[in-house]
Design a binder for this molecule. Structure first.
Ligand SMILES: [Zn+2]
Length: 108
């Protein structure tokens, strides 16, 4: 997997996260799919067991970010309004998702 650095990241706590990668690709991640894709061990285990990662989202409730922090140079640590905060979103993971069309969209 190629290594990806970023130029900038913008967190709109009520709406989306936008990342500008070093190669000029800009990607936008809406919060609901981003929360559902949480890469932490707990959420991975839920997905493996076919349990919903965020049942409140499936019920139509909205999610927001309560805090966001860079995790060293390699990713973004997000605290969510549902109390979940163990997921660290590595830039490479975000890029992999958007390149694969799984989560997020390339906007430019
Ligand atoms: Zn998680």
């Amino acid at each position: 997997m190629p290594k990806h650095d970023i130029e900038s990241v913008e967190v709109d706590r009520k709406s989306h996260v936008e990342v500008l990668f070093e190669d000029g690709v800009r990607a936008r991640f809406e919060l609901t799919p981003l929360r559902q894709a949480c890469p932490c061990a707990e959420c991975n285990a839920r997905r493996t067991r076919d349990q919903p990662v965020a049942p409140w989202i499936d019920k139509g409730e909205s999610i927001t970010i309560t805090d966001a922090e860079l995790s060293g140079a390699w990713g973004l640590s997000l605290d969510w309004s549902d109390g979940h905060s163990t997921g660290i979103y590595a830039w490479e993971k975000l890029r992999e998702w958007v390149d694969a069309g799984r989560v997020g969209t390339i906007t430019s």
